[in-house]
Design a protein around this ligand. Structure first.
Ligand code: 6PG
Length: 483
């Protein structure tokens, strides 16, 4: 139904798949939705195909679109992140009145969101950067939504966003995350975790396929089974679907037909860069980004293949297949746990750096549904932060420590097996090193401090007394205290 005279509670600008699905979701849930797209064909197509799903108010100019919104006006921008976003913000801010709310629902870089919030606020309007997860299907049927921006905007926006968000046990998968860029920051880390989750699933597949010699359809069954236990999650579920799929043209397993070069639009890379900037070891996420980059280094890979580089001694798998499958399941669970733990560390550090006061329990709550990393074990993560909001690391929660008791030996065995089989398992292996580093009594950092003092007089601390010290390396090697 469309009605040009009715005022809309919310508007959507940009009607590509994500935008039109979100508009349909609003309409289906009883909201009157204003819709606008730069080329009106998309607007017509949406109304023609789905106009009967609810109340839409289509416009062909941004001014008409703005005029069709009830006050305070609320408009969600769903255009490709980047310059297009700035252009639409500018148009909306121009046409809107003080107190109106502009929401960016794209995958914007959080520092852009901070900048935009300042600019829009200076023009008297509110700006909310909202991470929206769940892909096309989620946008239509219930995404997880991570809005940042001013708290007062949340008062107005909350109910309408709650009406379209996914819902788990009666709780909508949306909450105010924090000021200015907090929502997009958290969505960025969500995507980083998504990269790591996908990579560890990929490593498990690789080991079962080329280590245990299993076929994709058989591995699909294994993943199906895993999906009913601790690993129960959307990504495990779709992995079984992808592995079971045959290529419609050749009948071969689809996964054998798809070129093994992973793409990326950039959010995982941003998460890794930010982790480096904040000094948070998000090794699982960073390795996953590198793994995608390596997979796409086609020229180097073909130069290195065909026996160009020595493989060393490769051993065949020498364990019972069922036991190996169970070991791989546990290694996958352990590496996934590390990735989440590190992701929450990054969120904590970001929240402190930018003064957002992000509550990790909120994330564990709203990520349980709608988003790509939705998983059963987020309930456990929430319980962990409920027990202790200041956990030094998620893996130090008593429940997860208990899980790690069961996971650690299989995890070590799998990393050894991968090494002996000559199969890459970058996140399984590096997460284990991270884990061992964290629990190690001694790290070689003492030696590194000595080296730094040797060549650059960078000084060091002593284990036995306070102060800062230096050795006269090129002189008599005496000790001096510098402060
Ligand atoms: C989501 C997804 C979504 C998208 C990303 C990842 O939460 O719904 O993360 O935002 O799939 O763009 O894409 P890349 O793998 O291409 O970086």
């Amino acid at each position: 139904m469309t009605d040009k005279n009715e005022l809309a509670q919310i508007g959507v600008v940009g009607l590509a798949v994500m935008g039109s699905n979100l508009a349909r979701n609003f309409a289906r849930n009883g909201n009157t939705v204003a819709v606008y797209n730069r080329s009106p064909e998309k607007t017509h197509a949406l109304i023609e195909a789905h106009g009967e799903e609810g109340n839409f108010v289509p416009s062909e100019t941004i001014e008409d679109f703005v005029a069709s919104l009830e006050r305070p006006r609320k408009a969600i921008i769903m255009v490709k992140a980047g310059k297009a976003t700035d252009a639409v913000i500018d148009q909306l801010a121009e046409a809107m009145d003080d107190g109106d709310i502009i929401i960016d629902g794209g995958n914007a870089l959080f520092t852009d969101t901070i900048r935009r919030e300042k600019d829009v606020a200076a023009r008297g309007k509110h700006f909310v950067g909202a991470g929206i997860s769940g892909g096309e299907e989620g946008a239509l049927n219930g995404p997880a939504i991570m809005p940042g921006g001013p708290k007062e905007s949340w008062e107005t926006l909350g109910p309408i966003l709650e009406s379209i968000a996914a819902n788990v046990d009666g709780t909508p998968c949306v909450t105010h995350i924090g000021a200015d860029g907090a929502g997009h920051f958290v969505k960025m880390v969500h995507n980083g975790i998504e990269y790591a989750d996908m990579q560890v699933i990929g490593e498990a597949y690789q080991l079962l396929r080329y280590g245990a010699g299993m076929e994709p359809a058989e591995i699909a069954e294994v993943f199906r089974e895993w999906n009913s236990g601790d690993l129960d999650s959307y990504l495990i579920e779709i992995t079984a679907e992808v592995l079971a799929q045959k290529d419609p043209e050749t009948g071969a397993p689809l996964v054998d037909i798809i070129v093994d070069a992973a793409g990326q639009k950039g959010t995982g890379r941003w998460t890794a860069i930010n982790g480096l900037e904040l000094g948070v070891p998000i090794t699982g996420i960073a390795e996953s980004v590198f793994a995608r980059a390596l997979s796409s280094s086609t020229a180097q890979r073909s130069a290195a293949q065909e026996g160009q580089l020595p493989a060393g001694t490769i051993e065949a798998l020498d364990v019972d297949k069922a036991e190996f499958i169970e070991d791989v399941r546990r290694a996958l669970y352990a590496a996934k746990l590390i990735a989440y733990s590190q992701g929450f560390d990054e969120i904590k550090a970001g929240s402190e750096e930018f003064g957002w006061d992000v509550d990790p329990r909120d994330l564990a709550t709203i990520w349980r549904g709608g988003c790509i990393i939705r998983a059963k074990f987020l309930d456990r993560i929430r319980a962990a932060y409920d027990n202790n909001a200041d956990l030094p690391a998620l893996i130090l929660d008593p429940y997860f420590k208990g899980e790690l008791e069961d996971l650690i030996d299989p995890w070590r065995r799998v990393v050894v097996a991968a090494t002996q089989l000559g199969l890459p398992a970058p996140v399984f292996a590096s997460s284990l090193s991270y884990y061992d580093s964290l629990r190690a009594e001694h790290l070689p950092a003492a030696l590194i401090q000595g080296q730094r003092d040797f060549f650059g007089a960078h000084t060091f601390k002593r284990t036995d007394k306070p102060g800062t010290f230096h050795i006269e390396w090129s002189g008599d090697r005496s000790l001096t205290q510098t402060d």
